[in-house]
Design a protein around this ligand. Structure first.
Ligand code: UGA
Length: 433
């Protein structure tokens, strides 16, 4: 099939490259000529494991990029909207980019002969596809939905850093279409893809609003598991109980599963905080107070500060003390610092007069834009040298091997926000036990 993908961020570029790998002919559309040029040279605009290999394999054959909507839409059967959906100042979803992309897409569809299908892959609040995107396309193209063009919502469940793997080995595929013809067209794209659990993917077929809700609930539920585990961890800590032992046993219940029960510094990234807040905003707009979801965010905001309390309870006043922060990215294998828990931690350390020495294998340059004046070291051992305490903020593999390195600290005291350090002979304060 001939597919166009609007937006060359992490979802768009991965979707485009993976559809090419599945044998489709793909055109990427982006308003940024630099990104378009990079893709045409086989260079991904963002880092994702395995993405460069896929682009190199397919560029010049069945994938190309352009800034020209008309060219891309006229030459394809189906378009995916994969643009950003940031939060506005109140935490609600800002649909400005989705609307602009829909407008350009609609006007290109108006110039095309024949049927076209529009699919929203961007994470949007329920009702957006049917009440915002479809009407814009209808008005901009002068065509009728369900007759001249089809539409649907097909959420992604890709983890940053593992997005190519997750696309090619999904747990599930969800297609929310406005009618059967749209559903059949979208479903055909995934034919042949093998799912994690079963060999042939059982697609969940539904309407667009339900598909939009499934995405929000997926992320909100995972975020809830983490905040729940953090709250239990905080209670366990006060009683001297090892919360990781507790959650390990709890996770053995097949109804619960062992994943996302790891307490510590809390969740970051561009998705969980934004999506939970957007669902809260939508609920309130409908006159419902979502107390549980608000608690998920509240627990997550307090959690990194509890690491500072723990540190202070061991070192006393932090004024003038050198504190090493290991890990700046919101999780391992990425340079992304959006909503990283190290941001509030560094803020609190600086407010208390501490001197921060930091290390991250990928994310230091990004953090410099927020904290230009803290110390950025080129290795963990340099950050640790002479420190009075250390906070582990990101689950980088290389931190698992640290032990003798902690001995270069003035006081080998480690507050581990990711449950990954295991050393016998250091003063060692896990976050929650
Ligand atoms: C998340 C979801 O996992 C994807 O399924 C979804 O597609 C994506 O958001 C999205 O909406 O685009 P991602 O943000 O890449 O993916 O990150 P995760 O690997 O899920 O981790 C999120 C945060 O939770 C990280 O800061 C991680 O350190 C933290 N976490 C994770 C915990 O604090 N405890 C855990 O037990 C697990």
């Amino acid at each position: 099939m001939k597919v166009s993908v609007i937006g060359s961020g992490y979802v768009g570029t991965v979707t485009a490259a993976c559809f090419a790998e599945l044998g489709h002919n793909v055109v990427c559309i982006d308003i940024d000529p630099e990104k378009v040029d990079m893709i045409n040279r086989g260079k991904p605009p963002i880092y994702e494991e395995g993405l460069e290999e896929l682009l190199n394999k397919h560029v010049g054959k069945n994938i190309r990029a352009t800034t020209d909507y008309d060219d891309a839409v006229t030459n394809t059967d189906i378009s995916f909207i994969c643009v950003g959906t940031p939060s506005d100042d109140n935490g609600n979803i800002d649909l400005g980019i989705v609307k602009a992309a829909s407008q350009s897409l609609g006007s290109a569809i108006g110039k095309k002969d024949g049927y076209h299908v529009v699919v929203v892959k961007s994470t949007v609040v329920p009702e957006t596809t049917e009440k915002v995107v479809v009407p814009i396309i209808e008005q901009a193209s002068g065509r009728k939905p369900g007759v001249d063009f089809g539409a649907g919502m097909n959420p992604e469940f890709l983890r940053e850093g593992k997005a190519v793997h997750d696309f090619m080995h999904p747990d599930k595929i969800v297609i929310g279409a406005i009618d059967q013809r749209s559903d059949d067209t979208i479903s055909a794209l995934y034919a042949g893809l093998k799912c994690q659990i079963k060999h042939t993917c059982q697609i969940t077929h539904t309407d667009p609003g339900t598909a939009e809700m499934i995405k929000y609930v997926n992320n909100s539920f995972l975020a809830t598991k983490i905040s729940f585990s953090n709250e239990i961890g905080n209670i366990c800590k006060k009683m001297g109980i090892d919360t990781y032992k507790v959650m390990e046993a709890v996770g053995k219940d097949s109804r619960i599963s062992p994943n996302f029960l790891n307490s510590g510094a809390g969740f970051g990234g561009s998705c969980f905080p934004k999506d939970v807040k957007a669902l809260i905003g939508k609920a309130k707009e409908l006159g419902y107070e979502p107390g549980l979801l608000e608690s998920v965010i509240n627990v997550n905001e307090v959690q990194p500060l509890m690491m500072i309390d723990l540190l202070e309870s061991c070192t006393g006043d932090l004024g003038g003390k050198r504190i090493a922060v290991l890990g700046l990215a919101f999780k391992n294998d990425t340079d992304d610092i959006r909503e990283s828990r190290s941001i509030p931690v560094i803020r609190a350390l600086l407010d208390k007069g501490a001197k921060v020495s930091s290390y991250d294998p990928m994310a230091a340059d990004n953090m410099k834009a927020i904290y230009p004046d803290i110390e950025y070291c080129d290795s963990a051992i340099h950050a640790l040298k002479g420190a009075n305490g250390c906070l582990v903020m990101t689950e980088w593999d290389e931190f698992k091997g640290l032990c003798s390195e902690f001995k270069v600290m003035r006081r080998p005291l480690v507050v581990d926000g990711r449950n990954m350090i295991q050393c016998e002979d250091i003063e060692y304060v896990g976050l929650c036990w």
